[in-house]
Structures are given as structure tokens and as C-alpha cells.
Design a protein around this ligand. Sequence first.
Ligand SMILES: Cc1ncc(COP(=O)(O)O)c(C=O)c1O
Length: 385
Amino acid sequence: MSDLQTPGARPANPRFSSGPCAKIPGYSLDLLSDAPLGRSHRAAVGKSKLAEAIDLTREILGVPADYRIGIVPASDTGAVEMALWSMLGARPVEMLAWESFGEGWVTDVVKQLKLDATVRKAPYGEIVDFTQVDFDKDVVFTWNGTTSGVRLPDGNAIPATRAGLTICDATSAAFAMDLPFDKLDVVTFSWQKVLGGEGAHGVLILSPRAVERLESYTPAWPLPKIFRMTKGGKLIEGIFKGETINTPSMLCVEDYLVALKWAQSIGGLKGLIARSEANAKAVADFIAGRNWIANLAVDPATASCTSVCLKFTDPRITDGAAFAKAVAKRLEKEGVALDAGAYRDAPPGLRIWCGATVETSDVAALMPWIEWAFDAEIAALSQAA
Ligand SMILES: Cc1ncc(COP(=O)(O)O)c(C=O)c1O
């Protein structure tokens, strides 16, 4: 094993975690010096920072002017739960899932809200057939399955005119993929993903039809204050202007603003998508010529450009989970890839975050290390035999 030669170059930044994700290139805490620390988020300075975060989110993501954007508690999970608890129950529901997070939303709706939803699931690596979905029902899905690396290639299967609402968890897609807002009524994400921001704050984007639902429907179950978006049957508009429901971290807001301004500086959404796609391509190019590793996504058209999930396909591997864990551990020990193991509920393998904050040169530098760690573990297997 020890006679295997290590690759010459190392990634300058070994952070390939799928969340929290790598900070923007050149990041330093000094960039946060303008944070209004120790000031009220309701003071003019706090409000203007929050409003700026909303405005820049709209500009970069291309969110239509008549859609509301709110900063809400509890990260992406908080944003999704607010939508599920506040809007579902008004009409029939379809729940779509092809990995762990989507399945979590199925559990919430079926077991907690106890709604008699149609549930469509696909195994890891595949995606639900969207042509079968009834969009006259409310439909809940995850744009990019972070734990399987499978994404919707586009919104073509979603009709522009539909009676139901589409509720989309886009946390590992926003800022790395084109989101067709005309096809989406609720979009959620967290700052900790593609922009390398911090956890704890979620973003909730609502179409006019989603607002109409909030104003015309009261769920049968109680809603905690943290989920409430209406008062007296009217939307609390302040939430969507930066008057948050409870206290945000102004340090995290500043951090998000810094990331948004970096995004602007590299060409906005186009620049972000290009970086992410180039990173995913560096992985795809590497695995293309090798028969011992493959993308978990069965159809390349659905392969994620952010959470790229890989499986080992060598027939000599008998215990896939132990093998993949050992490879990830070896990469971590060498300091070339941190947090690159597959998600705990996903098939064994590696997950290489390729979001926009990651440098393509680092992804490219990591690839020979994966081969090195694979060879080392195969050698260990035959030594043990
Ligand atoms: C698709 C998806 N949904 C939800 C979450 C939960 O996000 P958060 O921890 O920001 O609430 C994640 C986190 O990885 C995710 O990937």
C-alpha cells in the first residue's frame, strides 16, 4: 500500500462538504467588518441590510418582481416547513421523492400533517417520472436531491397553467441551476449551500398564487408563531421586506451579502452556473475513462452539478459501505477532501460538492487522489484476503 505513489498536486482548498459548503474564494472574516453588530435588526441599518439581501437575491436569481422573498428562521428546513404547514390541506397533494430530503418531506406530510397524499418515489440514482404527476394537485418536490446527486433537468414537465401549487425545495439548486420561476410557486433554500453562507436562516420565495393560498385558506391545525405569515387573513408584507419574524444573525446576513456581491462580481447566475457545471464536468471527465467508479445518477441528463455522488463499481469490493468509508477517511487523513463521504442514508460512495464556491482546479486536483485512495483500499483488500 505504502508504495503507491501519491499524486503530485493537492487541492488548495480541501473543503468539499455538501453543507455548510466552502466559503467564497478569498474569504476572510475581515470581509464582515461592516456587519451592524450589537444593533437592532429593526433599526434602519439592520432593516436596510435585510432589504439589500432580499433585493440582491431577487436580482441574482432572476426572481419575478411580483414574487415575495422572505428571510425566515430555521434554514431551508424552516422555509419548507412553513410552506407545508401553511398551505397544504386545501386541495389534494402529490409528494415526490428520490432521496433522503424529499423522503423527509413525505414523512412530514403523510405522518405529521396526516394528509392522504399520492406519494411517488424513485430509488437513489433515479428520478420520479414528472409526466405522470397531476399538477392540478399541490406538488412538493426537491429540485436537486442533495444525497443522490439527481436533479430535475428542467421544468418542462410542469405546466405553466396549473390548479395546484408547486412547492420546491431548491436548497442545493439555487444559485447553481436555472430555476423556472413561472413553474414554481414556492422556492426555498438556505444560505449555507451554493453561496457558502451560514446555516440557520432560510429563504422562502412565494408566487402570487402562493400568496393567494395563504390569504384564502386556514389550515385545520394550529400554526406556531414561527410559521405564521398572515394576520387577519392578509399576508404580513413586512416579512418580505426584511422585517423578520424573529431575530436574525446580522453577522450571517453580512456574510450572505458578501457572498451575493461576489456572485455579482463573477457574472451573477450565469457565472455561478458556469463554475458549478465546470466543477461537475471535471468529475465527469475523470470517471468517464474508469470502470471502477460511476456517477450514482443513472441518466446523465439528471446528474447534479452541485452534489456529485459517486459509487464504486469494482467487483472486488465485497463490503461497499466499509470500502467507501475507508476511501473517504483516507482522503480526509491526507487533507485532500474533507466531508466527502456519501450521506448516511444514501448508497455507499463519495459525494463531491461542486457548487460555485469550489474552484475547478481543486476538483481537478482531487481526482487523482480518489484513484490513489481507491487503489490503496483495493490493495488492502487483497492483503487481507
Ligand atoms: C435538499 C435539502 N433539503 C433540506 C436540507 C436541510 O437544509 P437545512 O439544514 O439548511 O435546513 C438539505 C441540507 O442538506 C438539503 O440538501
